[in-house]
Ligand binder design. Sequence first.
Ligand SMILES: NC(=O)c1ccc[n+]([C@@H]2O[C@H](COP(=O)([O-])OP(=O)(O)OC[C@H]3O[C@@H](n4cnc5c(N)ncnc54)[C@H](OP(=O)(O)O)[C@@H]3O)[C@@H](O)[C@H]2O)c1
Length: 318
Amino acid sequence: MRAVVYDRYGPPDVLRLDEVPVPDPKPNQVLVEVVATSVNLSDHETLVGTPFYARVGGQRRPARSILGSDIAGVVAAVGSDVTRFAVGDEVYGDNLDLKGGFAEFAVVPDTALAHKPAALSFEQASAIPQSAAIAAQGTRELAPGDRFLINGGGGGSGSLAIPLARRAGAHVTAVDNTDKLDFMRSLGADEVVDHGAEDFTRRGERFDLILDLVGRRSVRAYRRALAPGGTYRWVGGSMSTLVRVLVGGFVVGRVTGRRIGMLVVREGPESFAPIGERCAAGELDVHIAATFPLDDTADALRLVGDGAAPGKVVVRVR
Ligand SMILES: NC(=O)c1ccc[n+]([C@@H]2O[C@H](COP(=O)([O-])OP(=O)(O)OC[C@H]3O[C@@H](n4cnc5c(N)ncnc54)[C@H](OP(=O)(O)O)[C@@H]3O)[C@@H](O)[C@H]2O)c1
């Protein structure tokens, strides 16, 4: 089968198109003929090998040679223990552990998959799993009237988190680069902040919940931007900030009556399928900024790494 592979961390140029064997599903796995795979920032992080958490399982060399975790496609074979899926089913899911979506076939644990709603195209379905899990779990604590800030709101997770927060009745402030401000307004953000022009922790505003997709500041800065009783959740960003948030955030939070910590996102169909159903019903939109053929997967990863895409980037495999 055709696959986009890599064997050392580096920029998108280290990716190459190759012929590799079709993988065999284990008893609990499904072989998916991939139609579309969306690109997540986590794919770009695992490509370049930074932040440090992107090297879990492969300190010196990548643990997996094929990236791509948000997969949508058709079941081509099932392992002996699989009962929920049959050959021909249309499925989607986040194959975060095994990846392999930038290839014509991928093996996926059956527990990572859901049936694709018929109203969604394969491209749309592939854009949902990881972003939906982050967006749903990152906004679930919101109550009407809460002041919510999302840092990195113009990317994949933000494009779902902003409307979800609005539907929860929160006042939404969204932070990203200049080119994504209009996009975030169109998603429903009440206020937008250009991170190149302004530091959201120095606006004098206090938020009840901060969801940080690109956490790179000090615990002190986050504490400054939180209302009493408020919560800060680090989702992605620099390793040093994560360590500071985990070590100092707990103490600072306890002392000042705030909660500063990490959002550990639970993956799986119970996390993303409810959002997929809402997208299929037309209640939420899937925002695809660009679609690339498999041969141009490197360009798709480049676009995500450069942060130039409002919403999601998708690779059309078949
Ligand atoms: N905690 C968990 O359990 C868990 C699970 C899965 C994934 N993740 C992580 O979640 C993170 C976000 O994922 P995603 O797919 O939503 O990312 P994304 O689509 O790339 O969105 C991130 C957005 O942040 C913007 N940005 C970059 N630097 C910024 C800054 N300094 N201030 C404000 N905005 C900035 C980016 O645009 P520009 O670059 O153009 O500025 C981009 O629009 C990744 O790091 C991933 O590893 C965490």
